[in-house]
Design a protein. Structure first.
Length: 261
């Protein structure tokens, strides 16, 4: 599950990591929520034969995947995540897994450790980021949805996989992380079928991320400044030992989210 994330890197840093020819300016975003625009990198720009410029492009997409066959987006479930183990077979994601794999730029993500069923304790939020800092690339899927009136909107979902042992202390799922050396293979939907990139959808190494307990400020979408990433008072490390976690809902405070439909 990935219900919130952040992108606080500069446009220049994003451009350099993903090898983009150009990129529009954008502000740091500390609390990105479902249905909001997110930055994705696609490798589908057509180039003439002999043109050695990159085929990658950055674009904004609605975080909430909409298959082309959906008739009424208001009545369709909000698909912010796709399970990597089954995406190639699911009707909603099958075509995108084959033809429209993308990268999603992030600085890290938030996850909630949920108490045992029946407990009166509140869910505890954690800010999960690369130990070495910098940008992380989530594996994602995109679909351009056309409404009945002919309007088009790009939509996307984050692919998830089973959590590694460190993340499992907070939640049993985590985003798929694509390493820079694998960007080209992941984005090459012309030559690389889903079975050819299945090895890339494994849990990140145990020492890649660190999880820091933060305050409940992140629960509210309106709180969008750096204060949401400040460590909470006391011990900020995830609990020990790891325990199975109940399946999470799409995100806290869903009613506060900015909607594009």
């Amino acid at each position: 599950m990935c219900g919130r994330f952040s992108l606080t890197a500069t446009p220049e840093e994003v451009q350099e990591l993903f090898g983009l020819e150009e990129i529009e300016d954008f502000p740091p975003r500390y609390n990105i929520a479902p249905t909001q625009p997110i930055m994705i990198i696609a490798g589908d720009r057509r180039r003439a034969e002999g043109d050695n410029r990159t085929d990658r492009r950055a674009l904004l997409a609605r975080w909430g995947f909409l298959p082309g066959w959906v008739k009424d987006p208001a009545e369709f479930p909000l698909l912010i995540n796709a399970r990597s183990e089954t995406a190639a077979e699911k009707a909603s994601f099958r075509a995108a897994m084959r033809h429209r794999r993308v990268l999603i730029a992030a600085s890290g993500f938030y996850e909630w450790h949920r108490p045992d069923k029946g407990s009166k304790e509140k869910s505890v939020p954690y800010w999960i980021k690369p130990k070495q800092g910098g940008i992380v690339a989530f594996g994602g899927l995109m679909e351009t949805y056309m409404s009945a009136d002919g309007a088009e909107i790009d939509t996307a979902a984050v692919l998830t996989t089973a959590a590694n042992q460190m993340i499992a202390r907070v939640h049993d799922r985590m985003p798929v992380v694509i390493r820079p050396e694998d960007f080209s293979r992941w984005l090459d939907c012309l030559n690389q079928e889903p079975r050819h990139v299945s090895d890339l959808m494994a849990p990140a190494p145990e020492d890649y991320f660190e999880a820091i307990r933060v305050s409940d400020l992140v629960n509210k979408v309106a709180n969008s400044g750096p204060e949401v990433q400040e460590p909470a008072p006391g011990d900020t490390t995830p609990p020990e030992p790891a325990k199975p976690v109940r399946k999470a809902k799409a995100s806290p405070a869903a009613s506060d989210q900015l909607k594009l439909f």
